[in-house]
Design a protein around this ligand. Structure first.
Ligand SMILES: [Zn+2]
Length: 132
């Protein structure tokens, strides 16, 4: 019958929980390291963690900046309409500055760092999917 007593079931649950926490710690470490590299050295952006790894690790906001008009913004990764396994560096080319952009040309933005909370207003950016 293989009846597992409550103690065994409990032990399994704890083990699963620990495994999940280990993954979260690893995701967090990777997101943090990437963020430090971007902020401190301006890149390279590759390799980078995925959207899912950042979210899982507690870094839900991507700060970007337009080098043309110096406007910064925090982008909520949760609301980025991309698969969760999309690598962060692949996002950079899809964000454009709406602040100094015109109808015909919107300058690309640069990724600055990851943050755990929103630090800057997020509504200045044109998302490519919004324009179709
Ligand atoms: Zn700009």
């Amino acid at each position: 019958m293989g009846w597992a007593g409550p103690g065994v079931e409990d032990e399994r649950r704890k083990r699963r929980q620990r495994a999940k926490e280990a993954v979260r710690e690893a995701d967090r470490a990777e997101a943090h390291a990437w963020s430090l590299r971007m902020e401190g050295f301006g890149g390279p952006a590759q390799p980078s963690p995925t959207i899912g790894q950042c979210l899982n690790g507690g870094y839900g906001w991507l700060e970007v900046k337009c080098h043309r008009c110096e406007t910064s913004a925090s982008i909520p990764l949760e609301h980025v309409r991309r698969p969760r396994d999309t690598l962060l560096w692949k996002l950079e080319s899809s964000f454009r500055c709406r602040s100094c952009g015109t109808r015909r040309y919107k300058p690309p933005v640069h990724m600055i760092k990851l943050t755990e909370q929103r630090e800057i207003t997020p509504y200045v950016w044109a998302h490519p999917n919004d324009e179709r």
